[in-house]
Design a protein around this ligand. Structure first.
Ligand code: AMP
Ligand code: ZN
Length: 468
């Protein structure tokens, strides 16, 4: 399995620290509003990454944080007249609603900054003790950037360039413009915690270093996040963690490309964003997931109505194929598989190999999705109207299709039960229409059911139905 490592800028063979185990960390959202479609890109991608690692037999510990103390949260709290904690609680709950609806499993651990305060303070203290950080009279604590020799290595920026680019603030208490805050002295009306430097709260970067150390250890396998986090956030995480722990922080850095809109990064600050909630109201959640998988994660991806509609149509094809196979698994011919079915299943190993090869090549989900569609096309052909599809054949083909949809986390939306419930509901509506002598409506519902492949049978016991 090869991963493109942003640190070395090349694809590298994946070798875990501990055989059979993967420790991975993703920087999670700052919880002050609903996530937008751009935020959904890393969330969906890293969910697929984790699923694929598990499918390959790894035991994965996946940590994703919630930044629940921050300027933006405090601002939101003041606007709404509630506490920062209430803002964070609210948007963490909203995050989980969206994530679940996008088919994203909860991480192994979702630590919050406010619940990691002891470890954060501990880490800052270690950095001060080692001379990598200093407190200033106001009560802020800064990282002494120039003391850390590798600063700039992830974003490939020579320290001289960074220095000449840094903004110099006249009133600054910092020794150097490149120094960044580990701890910020409390301001009136803001949430704060006791520390050796007085009351205050953590800077943004330190929580990730503290959480990594607490839950995954000093060195982890994979650290991921959007491309925009490389600098300064991840650069600062490296400096903090490596200065404190004295060992390499991360073996593989993975960064997703931007989700764009009209070729500009979708972002809150530009105002060119759609929340996942709104996009899902228009297209459904699962098409958003499918859309993200349709491109390689490092390439830019353009959000548009057409691309979401294409995703809807593609998913519809997958659902139709699965419903058809499910029906045949119950109502197909009994006995031995047909030669056509056997032929597809004989190729199962080669489908798997190509699916794995795509995913092994730096998680090329776009190619993996193509392999899934090849399986679907072959299955449709082998079970078409000109064939005599069998129950055993249909079951085996369902299993094959399911191997791939499970790794990609697709087809989670409409379960068989949902479909049955929908049919029952439509039949009841049709009965009501007939009672009211609304024949046009009754016929319309019957036609709609027919289009769904449902045949109605009027029997003495009432209306019964079957899949055509
Ligand atoms: P933010 O809300 O900006 O802190 O971003 C949270 C996560 O979403 C980070 O991993 C970002 O890199 C990622 N992200 C934000 N905007 C985009 C975008 N337009 N495309 C891809 N990833 C994004
Ligand atoms: Zn982080």
């Amino acid at each position: 399995m090869e991963i493109f490592n942003s640190m070395t800028r090349r694809k590298e063979e994946f070798v875990p620290i501990e055989p059979g185990k993967v420790r991975m960390y993703a920087c999670g959202p700052t919880v002050y509003n609903l996530i937008h479609v751009g935020n959904a890109r890393p969330i969906i991608l890293f969910d697929v990454l984790r699923r694929y690692l598990e499918y390959r037999g790894y035991e994965v510990t996946f940590v994703q944080n919630f930044t629940d103390v921050d300027d933006k949260i405090i601002k939101r709290a003041n606007e709404e007249g509630i506490s920062s904690r209430e803002v964070a609680e609210k948007y963490i709950a909203e995050y989980f609603k969206d994530a679940k609806a996008l088919g994203v499993r909860p991480a192994t651990i979702h630590p919050r900054a406010t619940e990691t305060m002891d470890e954060i303070i501990d880490l800052v203290r270690t950095l001060v003790d080692k001379g990598y950080a200093y407190a200033v009279p106001s009560g802020d604590v800064y990282f002494r950037t120039l003391k850390f020799p590798g600063y700039g290595k992830l974003s490939h920026q020579p320290i001289e360039d960074l220095q000449s680019g840094a903004r110099i603030d006249v009133n600054d208490e910092k020794e150097n413009p490149l120094d960044f805050a580990l701890w910020k002295a409390a301001k009136p009306g803001e949430p704060s915690w006791d520390s050796p430097w007085g009351k205050g709260r953590p800077g943004w970067h330190i929580e990730c270093s503290a959480m990594n150390r607490k839950y995954l250890g000093p060195t982890i396998d994979i650290h991921c996040g959007g491309e925009d986090l490389q600098f300064p956030h991840h650069e600062n995480e490296i400096a903090q963690s490596e200065a404190a722990n004295g060992v390499p922080f991360v073996h593989y850095w993975m960064h997703n490309g931007f989700l764009n809109i009209d070729n500009k990064k979708m972002s809150k600050s530009l105002g060119n964003f759609f929340t996942v909630r709104d996009a899902a109201a228009a297209y459904g959640y699962e098409p958003i997931r499918f859309f993200m998988l349709s491109a390689h994660y490092r390439t830019p991806l353009n959000y548009s109505a057409e691309s979401l509609q294409q995703a809807q149509a593609a998913l519809e094809r997958l659902y139709t194929a699965r419903d058809n196979l499910r029906f045949l698994a119950e109502h197909g011919a009994e006995g031995e598989m047909t030669p056509a079915e056997r032929e597809v299943l004989d190729a199962a190993e080669s489908f798997r190999e190509r699916f794995d090869a795509a995913m092994d090549d730096d998680f090329n989900t776009a190619d993996a999705v193509s392999v899934l569609f090849e399986v679907v096309r072959a299955a449709n052909k082998a079970t078409g109207p000109d064939q005599k599809p069998t129950r055993d054949g249909a079951k085996a083909l369902l299993g094959l299709m399911g191997e791939f949809t499970d790794v990609l986390g697709l087809l989670y939306d409409k379960s068989e039960d949902d479909l049955d419930a929908k049919v029952e509901e439509m039949i009841t509506k049709r009965q009501e229409a007939r009672k009211a002598k609304n024949w046009a409506e009754a016929d319309r519902i019957r036609d709609e059911l027919k289009a769904m492949g449902i045949v109605l049978m009027d029997t003495k016991q009432g209306v019964q139905w079957k899949r055509d």
